[in-house]
Design a binder for this molecule. Sequence first.
Ligand SMILES: [Zn+2]
Length: 224
Amino acid sequence: MNPQHKILFAGDPHGNFKPLIAAVHEYKPEAVVLLGDYDLDMPLEICLQEIVGLTQIWWIAGNHDFETPSKHKYLFDSALADKGLHLKVTEIAGLRIAGLGGIFLGRVWYPPQQPKWRNKQHYLHNQPANIRQMALSLKYKAAIWHDEFEVLKSLKADILVTHEAPGSHRHGFDVIGELGAAMGVKNIFHGHLHENYVSMIKNNIKVVGVADRAVSDLTGKTLM
Ligand SMILES: [Zn+2]
């Protein structure tokens, strides 16, 4: 197998998994990493049943995956729920892959501004009593929280996968590149912005943007 194809990266499917399924049949990767925004109307493993068992399936969540309780449930309660990479480093096909799902949200943390809350507890304690007892709403679950981001930053990895873009994109955030640099990564793959591109940022990090429904190999080449 071509080593560049041992892990493939899938940009926001938005309900269409056909290009990813076709890429798995054609390139037979050891693993695929999905970069968020699935818009699921059935559990993720059903959408991907053609390739379950043919390759490892890993994922991070995008903002759309928190839009409705059902979209959220079909991802986070799916049979692939334990394949989420968010806020962890996972060894996949011999590479250490770190994941950061979700988005920056003005009411939580919107870099380069200071975070509005130290952590989720700080936010919940400052809500009216009737809200305080409740779990975090989906909107807030979609957010990138500063304290969790800092914990991830203390880990080491080869590749960082994010939904949000680093500063390589005009709608990106420099802190993502800083996160990658602190973790010692060589590559960042991201979705969300529906654009295929490859760009170098500070610390010699190669950024690969993967467009909606596109599939990229480890070098950033668009296969589908
Ligand atoms: Zn998105």
